[in-house]
Write a new protein. Structure first.
Length: 416
């Protein structure tokens, strides 16, 4: 099937067609795939699937062409060079590959990337655990110190808050482009400028931005980034690590083995440049092809149109929550820019009960700490309910969500 702007129509998505009575508002957790992506995976699996890279057969050549073609499409989609996109399992894996690689730099002959006592790693209080725990680990392994940009009672931070934490000892700043809890969109270019002045590397968690807004990593000037296929209309099992080519060529590979090397002796190994040095073992080739098809699909819609649609959905979601008395919404104030998601609590009703109530009415949302426990601790709540939109979300979906939410407090007797 050709890619058409009807991507905005629920019709293009088999899951939404098969679950016509369900309102799917959990795209920040994972997205539904359009026919075009499922068909690209299917055609490849049925007619082109073979081992890639190794071997000189025609079958390998065709499969490699599709695999590398996917890499090229994804690279183009985020403003990267082909050698700057490494296939990983997901964004979590990509962030671990960066942190583990850096923790090995001293013994790997990459002294410029080595961390040690006195060095500082800066993160924000709003990070997803995937962009927190790998840095805790790097700090513990190298003796470096983790420093935290605090957020306010809405979960927000500013460039001034970040600047106040950065010192001349800062070696790395890791932060989410878009928060999966608050929908806050970080001032990436400003952070890069602060980092460069301090001589620090930047790591962008682009998990919630690559799917939803026009992203040019090269122009933004970040050093590393991570994102997942399954949040951007593609399959699970594959994600991407972005790095500037000269950094990736120095970064020690976190995983070693077949396909990563030039020469191996019994005592040692020499590694290929990026991306091969990181892609150890047999790769998720079919998933990578689906990932490429998803990037192509989003490109064909146009990321400015995707963002415009989601900005509209964000406005409707904010209005829907604010219309219900006794709700507390986190993130940017009404009217301010935010990604297409809302996290909130309902006074007197546990978030899991809110989620269950909505689910009983066919509305799929996410409840819990959304892999951001420190942020929820700061917000003073154990859990929130999150509703998140994507290209296929309609005003009708949000209206149904709003109508059900309006009944929650009465149902649980919280309005008495
Ligand atoms: N960072 C953010 C901001 C996320 O929202 C997520 C997914 N919830 C991740 C990282 C991790 O993504 P994945 O589970 O695909 O590795």
């Amino acid at each position: 099937t050709s890619t058409t702007p009807s991507a905005f129509a629920r019709d293009a998505y088999p899951y939404l067609r098969s679950n016509a009575e369900r309102t799917y508002l959990d795209s920040a957790a994972t997205s539904q795939r359009p026919d075009a992506v499922l068909e690209a995976e299917d055609v490849f699996a049925r007619t082109q699937y073979a081992a890639v890279h190794r071997g000189s057969s025609m079958a390998t050549g065709e499969a490699t062409w599709a695999f590398e073609g996917a890499r090229e499409t994804i690279a183009g989609f985020v403003g990267a060079g082909d050698r700057e996109i490494v296939f990983t399992e997901n964004a979590t894996d990509a962030l671990n590959v960066i942190a583990l690689g850096l923790s090995d730099a001293a013994t790997f002959g990459a002294p410029d990337l080595a961390f040690g006592p006195g060095d500082e790693i800066v993160i924000t209080e709003a990070e997803h655990h995937a962009n927190l725990i790998p840095w805790q680990r790097l700090a513990r392994r190298t003796g470096a110190t983790l420093r935290v940009v605090p957020v306010d009672e809405s979960g927000l931070w500013t460039i001034d808050d970040l600047t106040a934490v950065v010192t001349e000892r800062t070696r790395l700043i890791a932060f989410a482009h878009v928060s999966n809890v608050t929908g806050y969109i970080a001032p990436v270019a400003d952070v890069v400028q602060v980092a460069r002045q301090a001589g620090a590397l930047t790591v962008l968690d682009a998990c919630q931005s690559a799917p939803h807004l026009s992203l040019d990593l090269g122009a933004l000037g970040v050093d590393f980034a991570a994102f997942s296929s399954h949040k951007m209309l593609g399959p699970t099992g594959v994600g991407a690590l972005y790095g500037r080519a000269e950094l990736l060529d120095q970064l020690p590979p976190a995983r070693t083995g077949g396909s990563t090397i030039t020469t191996v002796t019994l005592q040692d190994a020499e590694f290929l440049p990026s991306p091969q040095r990181f892609e150890a073992g047999t790769q998720p080739v079919t998933q990578a092809v689906g990932f490429g098809a998803a990037a192509a699909y989003l490109s064909a819609i146009g990321m400015d149109r995707v963002r415009a649609h989601e900005a509209e959905m964000a406005g409707l979601l904010v209005d829907a929550v604010r219309a219900v008395p006794g709700t507390r919404l986190f993130g940017p104030p009404a009217g301010a820019e935010r990604a297409g998601l809302v996290s909130f609590v309902v006074d007197g009703v546990h978030s899991h009960d809110v989620g269950q109530f909505l689910d009983d009415r066919g509305i799929t949302v996410r409840t819990g700490h959304h892999c951001a426990q420190p942020l929820h601790r700061r917000l003073g709540v154990a859990a929130t309910t999150r509703a998140s939109a994507y290209v296929y979300t309609t005003a009708d979906d949000v209206a149904r969500f709003g109508a059900a939410l309006a009944e929650v407090r009465a149902f649980f007797g919280a309005d008495r």
